[in-house]
Design a protein around this ligand. Structure first.
Ligand SMILES: Nc1ncnc2c1ncn2[C@@H]1O[C@H](COP(=O)(O)OP(=O)(O)OP(=O)(O)O)[C@@H](O)[C@H]1O
Ligand SMILES: [Mg+2]
Length: 404
């Protein structure tokens, strides 16, 4: 799939942009602080219906418009070519009187819920700081999984929204129980709800991580050029199959990890295991006033030859792992939707050595459209530039590049 047209009004430093886009490689060049990352963020916003770098959606609204216009609004419009069909995704942000942001989503001109718009355009975003997926905290990896899976599995997206709601309510009740203001019987209802939606998250993550593992393993081998073997393992906050816990602090043998061909987990069985687990942790949860098990505590591990990259990886191994993961994500989406997602690469070339650059460029060959940003045309070969659609950005204005 590919974007054919992008319109941005008051999105970050783009006050008014109308851009026609061809399929194939697109290179956007600009000096620092001109709007390269902002443009990729806008495309990713259209795919996920959410801001990438902030939870406060107000921050993506052009600050001058917010201050100076009587009725400020931000608008993103994307026209997408997908499987012979044309789709139109529009997002409008409006500040409300109580200081909130109202978000209106439209698909082909018709008002829709986020659930119905997420994943109409599929995009994979790769940033130099994505190395934090390997080096950083588990919450980053959960957020990453959620964003990726929401794009390809509507049922996951629904379950995630419900799970988060139930979790809030259940935690509120646990706090009241800790203060002895409520009876324990109410917990049973919330346990059921939590387990039911949580089981959908767990089974989907289990299967998706297994696929990512297979795909990333091939990518990693090509990137690193030797036979180091990458494994991506799901580390659920409790094991639905009650296997002994794995200790990632030491190098592991591959047999100790998850089986090569995991049997798919049944949602009902996982829900039951989850409920049993909640019963066992009930005392602790009431004492602490918080839900201590469940997918909101999940993690995943990246092992190279059995060694956990988060704990022991070299910088180069961590970088290759993050890149392999992103390329695997692209493969996963292609597999799930039958079309390549739009790939958004933010200034990644400067971070990569020659071998990895070549591999990324080779991997791009099969992608219908990708947008790559740079500060310097010299990051690319003349052959590549000759094939690419070249754009340049200065202070939120994009113009075609004219050589000479
Ligand atoms: N809400 C906003 N309203 C107006 N301008 C904004 C807003 N948010 C960010 N900006 C500005 O947009 C400019 C461009 O930011 P962007 O991150 O896209 O730069 P860039 O071209 O990627 O630069 P670099 O090469 O340094 O990564 C910055 O100067 C930033 O301060
Ligand atoms: Mg940038």
């Amino acid at each position: 799939m590919f974007l054919t047209r992008l319109v941005l009004i008051n999105f970050r430093n783009y006050t008014h942009l109308e851009l026609e886009l061809p399929p194939g490689p697109i290179v956007l060049r600009g000096d620092n602080a001109q709007g390269k990352t902002n443009l990729l963020e806008a495309v990713f916003f259209l795919a996920t219906t959410r801001a990438t770098f902030t939870r406060a959606e107000r921050q993506v609204m052009n600050w001058r418009a917010l201050q100076e216009e009587p009725f400020p609004y931000t608008r993103l419009e994307g026209r997408v070519q997908r499987g012979g069909r044309t789709l139109q995704v529009d997002i409008t942000l409006l500040p409300t009187e109580n200081g909130q942001i109202h978000k209106e989503l439209r698909l082909n001109g018709v008002k829709k819920r986020a659930l119905d718009v997420v994943g109409q355009l599929n995009a994979v975003l790769f940033l130099p700081e994505d190395i934090a997926l390997v080096t950083g905290a588990p919450a980053l990896r959960r957020r990453y999984l959620d964003i990726t899976l929401c794009q390809i599995k509507p049922a996951y997206c629904r379950a995630l929204a419900l799970y988060n709601q139930v979790l809030l309510q259940r935690n509120a009740l646990l706090r009241q129980l800790a203060e002895r203001r409520r009876g324990e019987d109410q917990l049973v209802y919330w346990d059921h709800q939590l387990a039911e939606h949580g089981a959908v998250l767990i089974t989907t993550r289990y299967e998706a991580i297994h696929q990512l593992d297979q795909l990333a393993r091939q990518r990693y081998r090509m990137l690193s050029g030797d036979d180091e073997r990458l494994c991506i393992c799901y580390a659920p906050s409790f094991d639905p199959e009650n296997r002994p816990a794995v200790d990632y602090q030491r190098p592991l043998h591959l047999e100790e990890l998850w089986p090569e061909q995991p049997t798919p987990l049944a949602v009902s069985e996982v829900a039951q295991a989850f409920r049993q687990r909640l019963e066992r942790t009930r005392r602790e949860e009431i004492a602490r006033g918080i839900t201590v098990v469940g997918p909101h505590r999940d993690d995943m591990h990246f092992l190279v030859d059995g060694v956990d990259m988060t704990l022991y990886g070299s910088r180069g191994q961590q970088r290759s792992t993050a890149l392999a993961l992103k390329l695997a994500e692209m493969d996963l989406m292609t597999r799930a939707t039958g079309e390549t997602p739009v790939l958004l690469l933010d200034d990644v070339m400067s971070e990569l050595d020659a071998r990895r650059r070549r591999h990324v460029m080779d991997a791009m060959q099969g992608v219908q459209q990708f947008i790559i940003t740079t500060t310097d045309w010299n990051d690319f070969t003349p052959q590549f530039l000759a094939r690419a659609h070249r754009l340049q950005v200065v202070a939120g204005r994009i113009t075609p590049f004219e050589a000479g």
